[in-house]
Design a protein around this ligand. Sequence first.
Ligand SMILES: C[S@@+](CC[C@H](N)C(=O)[O-])C[C@H]1O[C@@H](n2cnc3c(N)ncnc32)[C@H](O)[C@@H]1O
Length: 254
Amino acid sequence: MNSGVDNNKPSDRPKQGPVATGTGNLRRSSSGQGDAGGDVGLDAAYGLATPDDNRRLYKSWAASYDSDFIDRHQYVYHREVAAALIWVADGRSIEPILDVGCGTGVIGSALWEEGVRDIHGLDISPEMLAEAAARTASDGEAVYRSLVEADLTQALNVPSDRFGAIVSSGTFTHGHVGPEALNELIRIVRPGGVLCLGVNEQFYQASGFQRKLAGLADTGLLADCKVASARIYDDPPAGHEADTALAVTLVLPA
Ligand SMILES: C[S@@+](CC[C@H](N)C(=O)[O-])C[C@H]1O[C@@H](n2cnc3c(N)ncnc32)[C@H](O)[C@@H]1O
């Protein structure tokens, strides 16, 4: 078990839309506000306190999130995390992959470009899930095979050992989801599987991530843990020039 900071770089199927499991309405929301000001945007997101706060904010932000945040700030975090997952898999089969806090689905597209096809998403916001459901690859095929509305701070209605890997960017951060979610995520990954989680670096320190990882390793739940730096933006939002992130890769015992 290596729990220190390691700065090494990190099917065919019928065409169909994603399957919503308990998601309620997966249509596009028309409630986005068209810019990242007011009650949406990164500062508002970092100031959230509860899952319900997250549901409310992302309901308002979903329709404009890609243009106002991903594109405007040249967000690269999802690509960094996807690349770290592919790197740690090192050619092993890691599908199906679950993207937790998938939002509008930017990691799904990054994984698709890496040749991954069996991609699933989970998020607390039906409006963000609707954006992910509409995301297609260059051939018009839906990027996500299924999308589920769920709260990562609660027990998940997902069978144990269901996925080969879990991936995430932008969700383990201030005001969102902390290390308390890790036990449930580990439960739904099969033995020998991998988790690759982007974690805001300042949040990693403040929320006790390292202590949680050490505890998981001590109880035999991790075979390996590596932490590498990951870029978030090429053009950071004002006031967030110093924000940094980590790609935390966890390998489960076989
Ligand atoms: C900053 S966005 C990141 C979205 C996407 N992964 C990305 O990199 O652009 C954070 C996402 O986490 C989701 N989220 C927040 N709290 C959550 C929770 N308790 N359970 C599940 N998803 C949550 C939000 O709805 C939102 O889609």
